[in-house]
Design a protein around this ligand. Structure first.
Ligand code: FES
Length: 208
């Protein structure tokens, strides 16, 4: 491409103007106009989208349907029937909790969603979550040395970091930040129902 220059004489000043320079300037101006147009278009699209959502059209309903799993709340604890009172003993028995399992997009029916221990001492029925409050390992029952008395006795313990708990759920050493997580129990017509829910690991407070 040939490069042309123009000479402009104005009073005592002589100015050399390159046509290429003018062309470049024109190109930059055109590009800026295009960018401005694009920015205006995006602003208008966002504004109209918000406007549409404000009046609740089916478009927004569809969008919400697609996004719903992202905002779906976790499954709240509920009561599960487990057994009858007469079958319980002082030695804790373990029960699996089966329910529909939901992730962000799907629901799988009849899945094991957790487990718990139930025992009865006298007329009192108590239940404990089977996950260790320290970091969530599976609690076991066995004969271990009580770290407080040195006696061998049956207790709950956690194999991961050697936490010990008495059979009434009290922690016997400082590994776990709290006692085993007790669960709410209801007796209805001789049937034992337990409210199953999960709690936050690693903190002193028992928090869902
Ligand atoms: S997870 Fe149980 S003691 Fe650490």
């Amino acid at each position: 491409m040939s490069k042309k220059n123009r000479v402009i004489v104005s009073g005592e000043n002589i100015e050399v103007v390159s046509e290429n320079t003018e062309t470049n300037a024109q190109n930059i101006k055109t590009k800026n106009n295009k960018n401005n147009n694009r920015r205006d278009f995006i602003k208008a699209a966002v504004a109209s989208g918000l406007g549409i959502c404000a009046v609740g059209t089916p478009i927004c309903a569809g969008t919400r349907m697609v996004l719903t799993p992202v905002f779906q709340e976790s499954q709240a604890g509920r009561f599960y029937p487990l057994t009858t009172v007469e079958t319980l003993t002082e030695k804790p028995q373990k029960f699996a909790i089966v329910d529909n399992k939901r992730d962000a997009w799907t629901t799988l029916p009849n899945q094991k969603i957790g487990s718990l221990f139930v025992r009865k001492v006298g007329e009192r029925v108590s239940a404990f979550h089977s996950l260790c409050p320290h970091a969530g390992c599976m609690i076991q029952i066995g004969t271990k040395k009580n770290p407080q008395t040195g006696n061998e006795e049956e207790m709950f313990y956690c194999p991961c970091h050697a936490a010990h708990f008495s059979l009434d759920g009290k922690r016997l050493d400082g590994v776990s930040p709290r006692d085993l997580d007790s669960l709410e129990v209801k007796i209805e017509n001789g049937k034992v129902l337990v409210k199953f829910e999960n709690f936050t690991f690693g903190i002193a407070e028992k928090r869902v």
